[in-house]
Write a protein that binds this ligand. Structure first.
Ligand SMILES: C[S@@+](CC[C@H](N)C(=O)[O-])C[C@H]1O[C@@H](n2cnc3c(N)ncnc32)[C@H](O)[C@@H]1O
Length: 214
């Protein structure tokens, strides 16, 4: 029962999914605020938040991209509905657009965004290498990709049992700094940078190298 409820973190569904997305908006506050403190947002930026969940990060970024647009993408109908509802004023004003879809087949055209963010979601992505190429496609040349995760693989040594339990029971994919760097470089990103928090928290940022060196 407990485990079934937490499976909503992979794809919120039904009534328990509705409770879950609301609880993520509260439960992820510390990680979200920490991550956002390391993300530079200009007033006119166009931003896409992938795996937008309950939509709280879209709401927080809308407060900083005051002349821009903050969109959301999620393959869960429950997440899309909650994010639209939480950000309904911005959606009505054309400052936000929330779409149903997978990270692997991003519905936006090439070169749409200055920044793409991914909070607590890459654990579930089906093919990280391919999904990164899709992100590169929708980023403008030199645009920023930003990951913020509470769980990442330490470069050396073991994780505590508690973290290992979450990773195993929810079948999460986690990466170390050197693995991130390789994936990002292979996909066409440059300047990977890392900020860590506690035992396993990490913000990762890298720029779309396309067009920069042409
Ligand atoms: C743990 S929740 C995180 C939600 C939110 N970003 C936060 O930090 O509170 C993961 C979200 O990613 C979405 N997700 C997982 N895999 C996805 C995929 N392949 N494509 C699109 N969304 C995905 C899930 O539906 C869920 O809403």
């Amino acid at each position: 029962m407990f485990n079934r409820f937490y499976q909503n973190s992979r794809k919120p569904r039904g009534w328990s999914g509705k409770i879950f997305v609301t609880s993520m908006n509260i439960g992820h506050t510390a990680n979200s605020r920490w991550g956002l403190s390391h993300l530079s947002i200009r007033p006119g930026d166009h931003i896409l938040d992938i795996g937008c969940g309950g939509g709280i990060n879209v709401a927080r970024m809308l407060k900083r991209a005051i002349e821009g647009k903050v969109c959301g993408l999620d393959y869960s109908e429950v997440s899309v509905e909650k994010t639209r509802r939480l950000n309904r004023k911005a959606v009505r004003r054309g400052r936000s657009e929330i779409r149903l879809g997978s990270v692997s087949e991003n519905p936006w055209p090439d070169n749409s965004f200055d920044t793409v963010t991914a909070f607590e979601t890459i654990y579930f992505w089906p093919d990280f290498a391919n999904d990164l190429r899709e992100i590169l496609r929708v980023l403008k040349p030199g645009g920023l990709f930003f990951i913020c995760n509470e769980l990442n693989k330490p470069e050396e040594g073991e994780m505590s049992r508690q973290y290992q339990h979450w990773i195993t029971s929810l079948d999460l994919k986690v990466y170390s700094e050197s693995e991130y760097r390789k994936y990002l470089t292979d996909a066409g990103f440059t300047g990977a940078a890392f900020v860590s928090r506690g035992e396993t928290g990490l913000c990762v940022s890298a720029r779309a190298a396309k067009g920069i060196f042409a």
